[in-house]
Design a protein around this ligand. Structure first.
Ligand code: HEM
Length: 442
């Protein structure tokens, strides 16, 4: 590791342990301000992690020299324990093989066939809004995002209970994983008290449910044109298809990767719109009036300002607020030397608020993403969906879903919040601490 990298001592980490456990972002920020865009945090027992908010360095690891880096075991082995080895958690040849196989199902043209399902789920879910009463909007967005992914996979399933059970298991496994990561010293306790076993039993149950759905579909002669049909029809280069176990891994991964990220982004966008009524009105102008004459896909194309608001919300509050990479061979970037085995944590949160690049980085200004601004001006500093070959496979899916959901809500309701300021809860993804909103019919 380059000796000239500023260091944060283990003593300093211990001294701040409580704050870091509650919310590590202010600690990261202070150190970036003090030491610059790259620093090294000592973790004791000879271990350390490099933190960076240098967008060029991020691009180097994620894109230009991606072959020299892998994800850390947190993003691969630890996560795979509950959701299996698929796109998000696999590495090397296995990942590449899966990515090649699954990528076509997420192309824009293919996604268009899912739009009616997505629109219908959004319509049904938004019926749950009770106007004129303050409600916590997070669980609502969470249900919406889960059902959108689940119904895009199995469009025919109207057994609400099966989908709810899958949602419950996905969320329970994720919550337990957070506990394991945040309290590694309690691992033995989690084993002894049977919590690990309980979680594995739950995920076994979701695998059994999915296996039944897949078997039924394989036996069926009907074409549903949903994601499951696309995944079943896909073939590896040697002409073979995915087996059930791999398919189940991939489905569990789509649930996990596609559900919480999207519900966080939707919730932050709504909170920001509630705090900026003038911006909300601009969306209302864009989306009200002629929606009956427009298909959902035409709406998505037309709602440029709505899209900008979502993009700006993900700049301020990127759901995937960090990623990490481990050097699998010696490498260097500018004057930095990275020894094989070095772990680097990339803070998308800090990159998205970097003073040297963004004007008034703390302010919510959707004009930053206006079509008049050349994309090249910000694309090197804005990574809500990551970048390089492991960039989010569901980015278009998520944008379609979010534009349709936000436009449907603003068309129907005025939204307000009693919050003075938006507080964050950084877990595996970046969540809002609270999301109280009042919807008033227009
Ligand atoms: C606002 C919503 C979303 C955000 C912010 C988001 C963000 C990200 C990011 C940053 C990565 C890259 C992680 C890394 O390189 O370390 C990623 C990967 C991934 N995302 Fe998303 N995502 C979103 C929605 C979705 C949806 C809706 C799906 C699927 C239905 C999805 C599926 C995936 C998968 C499978 C990967 C792994 C890709 C690979 O490694 O090849 N995501 N996502």
């Amino acid at each position: 590791m380059g000796n000239d990298i500023p260091k944060v001592s283990f003593f300093n980490v211990l001294n701040n342990a409580n704050r870091i456990l509650k919310n590590p972002l202010p600690f990261h920020h202070e150190n970036f301000e003090k030491h610059g865009d790259v620093f090294e945090v000592k973790l004791g027992f000879g271990k350390s992690v490099i933190f960076t908010r240098d967008a060029g360095f991020a691009k180097h690891m994620l894109q230009k020299q991606h072959r020299k880096y892998s994800k850390s075991s947190l993003q691969t082995k630890d996560l795979a324990k509950y959701i299996g080895e698929g796109l998000l958690t696999a590495e090397g040849e296995k990942w590449l093989k899966q990515r090649r196989l699954i990528q076509p199902a997420f192309h824009k043209k293919k996604l268009e066939t899912l739009i009616d399902t997505i629109t219908e789920v959004i319509r049904e879910e938004l019926l749950k809004i009770k106007p004129n009463k303050e409600l916590d909007v997070f669980p609502l967005m969470s249900d919406l995002a889960f059902k959108v992914v689940a119904k895009s996979l199995f469009s025919y399933t109207d057994e609400g209970e099966t989908i709810s059970r899958l949602q419950h298991i996905t969320e329970a496994a994720q919550q337990f994983l957070i506990k394991e990561i945040r309290q590694p010293y309690k691992r033995w306790w989690f084993y002894l008290t049977g919590k690990v076993k309980d979680t594995l039993t739950l995920t076994r149950e979701s695998r059994d449910i999915l296996n039944t759905i897949i078997e039924e579909r394989r036996a069926s002669k009907v074409e549903y044109n949903d994601l499951l049909d696309m995944l079943l029809a896909s073939r590896y280069e040697d002409g073979t298809a995915m087996g059930n176990e791999q398919l189940i891994d991939e489905i569990l991964i789509l649930f996990t990767a596609g559900h919480e990220t999207t519900s966080n982004a939707l919730t932050f966008t709504l909170l920001l719109l509630a705090k900026h009524p003038e911006i909300q009105e601009k969306i209302y102008k864009e989306v009200s009036g002629d929606e009956e004459n427009k298909s959902p896909i035409e709406q998505i194309a037309k709602y440029q300002y709505t899209k900008q608001c979502i993009e700006e919300a993900m700049r301020l509050y990127p759901p995937a607020y960090f990623s990490d990479r481990v050097a699998i061979e010696d490498d260097s970037y500018n004057h930095l030397f990275l020894k094989k085995g070095t772990t680097v944590l990339i803070s998308f949160f800090e990159i998205h608020r970097h003073m040297n690049f963004w004007e008034n980085p703390e302010s919510f200004n959707p004009e930053r993403f206006s079509p008049e601004v050349d994309k090249k001006e910000y694309s090197d500093q804005y990574f809500p969906f990551g970048l390089g070959p492991r960039m989010c496979i569901g980015n278009n899916f998520a944008m379609y879903e979010m534009i349709l959901a936000i436009s449907s809500m603003i068309r129907k309701y005025k939204i307000q919040t009693s919050l003075d300021s938006i507080e964050v809860k950084p877990l595996i993804t970046l969540k809002p601490m609270e999301a109280p909103l009042t919807f008033t019919s227009r």
